[in-house]
Design a protein around this ligand. Structure first.
Ligand SMILES: O=C(O)CCC(=O)C(=O)O
Length: 346
């Protein structure tokens, strides 16, 4: 009833007082009397409160992301408080959202692909500011290497560090296959020590790799190419392999090498996609066989200050690279199977 009265009232006002404003109408006593009979306008107060609460909630949710983006892009300096917020955000995202339990899970890398990089603390761009190429050096002294390259994140290739190694003659698909015994932990990646990277292949483990047929293993015509990598967590196999390579002579004498070495092996035309690592230390990688092209990119926060680099590593050369600071992608060139072995040093 009240609603109909309101409509009627509004119609009368509309047609009889077209040129009068609400202020003019409010001067007419009969209009005011009439208005009193109408039901009160519903209050919109609660709606405004709701909008305000929603706005505050969205702003609170977006604020950490906004700060994170500013820090990532170098507009805000990273400090202890921001670092701990970063850490906490990463922990909550991984533990609460991805339901990932750090204490129970072994293989962190696989599940955190992409996520890791999102929560990576920004890099100090001074590490790449003046780097325009990857230098090639030989007969470098320990002191020069330590001072200029070991911890500066400046990539370098050392061309004469594999002279006494026998790896170049020994290492091959067949040799690796026979070094790993059937019960080797490296064959079935089961812990963070025993990682396996299938890249674009459908291999699920090193065991699968060593089970492929000989044509495919030796890249014979018509077979499907492959490229894989693994961390050598089998200490017996490591001891056998280490008879054929040594710790590179240029590494600082005080530095320790990591316990597990990395091996990457595969066909021309293939390689590892662009990524950044989350390992503890810088590393070296020896090109035992084949030719590998490296594409190095500074992290996005340094795009304006640093150069993109590209370098080809030939058999017998060792590249030293801080894979935690430089995004890197590889591509095997030539016609030969590429075999590399590498390790971290502190
Ligand atoms: O050698 C490769 O193809 C990839 C190496 C790599 O991605 C790494 O060492 O992190």
């Amino acid at each position: 009833m009240a609603k109909q009265a309101k409509i009627k009232f509004e119609e009368i006002v509309k047609w009889n007082f077209v040129s009068l404003t609400e202020e003019d109408l409010n001067q007419i006593p009969s209009y005011l009397e009439l208005k009193k009979c109408l039901p009160p306008k519903p209050s919109r107060h609660w709606l405004h409160c709701l909008y305000l609460i929603l706005f505050i909630l969205i702003a609170m949710a977006l604020l950490p992301i906004f700060v994170f983006v500013l820090v990532q892009n170098g507009y805000l300096p990273e400090n202890k408080v921001l670092q701990s917020i970063h850490k906490e955000m990463a922990r909550r995202f991984v533990e609460d959202f991805l339901k990932f339990e750090f204490n129970k899970e072994y293989c962190l890398l696989e599940s955190l692909e992409g996520v890791e990089d999102m929560f990576r603390p920004p890099i100090d761009c001074s590490i790449c500011q003046n780097v325009t190429e990857v230098e090639r050096l030989s007969e470098i002294s320990l002191s020069e290497f330590e001072e200029k390259y070991a911890y500066s994140s400046k990539p370098v290739i050392i061309t004469d560090a594999m002279r006494e190694w026998t790896a170049q003659e020994k290492f091959s698909f067949e040799y690796f296959k026979q070094v790993y015994h059937n019960d080797s932990p490296a064959l079935d990646s089961s812990s963070s020590e025993c990682q396996f990277f299938p890249y674009q292949t459908s291999f699920e483990s090193l065991r699968d790799v060593f089970s492929m047929n000989s044509d495919r293993a030796h890249l014979r015509d018509g077979s499907k190419p492959w490229y894989i990598g693994w961390s050598n967590c089998d200490s017996m196999a490591a001891n056998t392999l280490r008879q054929h390579y040594k710790r590179p002579y240029f590494l600082p004498s005080e530095s320790e090498s990591s316990r597990t070495d990395w091996i990457f092996m595969g066909a021309p035309g293939y390689g590892a996609p662009m990524h950044i690592d989350n390992v503890e230390f810088p590393s070296w990688q020896a090109q035992v066989k084949g030719i590998k092209r490296w594409y190095l990119e500074p992290p996005p926060e340094c795009y304006l200050q640093c150069h993109f680099l590209e370098v080809v590593v030939h058999p017998g050369e060792i590249i030293v690279l801080d894979t935690n600071r430089w995004f890197h992608q590889t591509f095997i060139e030539g016609t030969e199977l590429s075999i590399t072995i590498g390790s971290e040093y502190d």
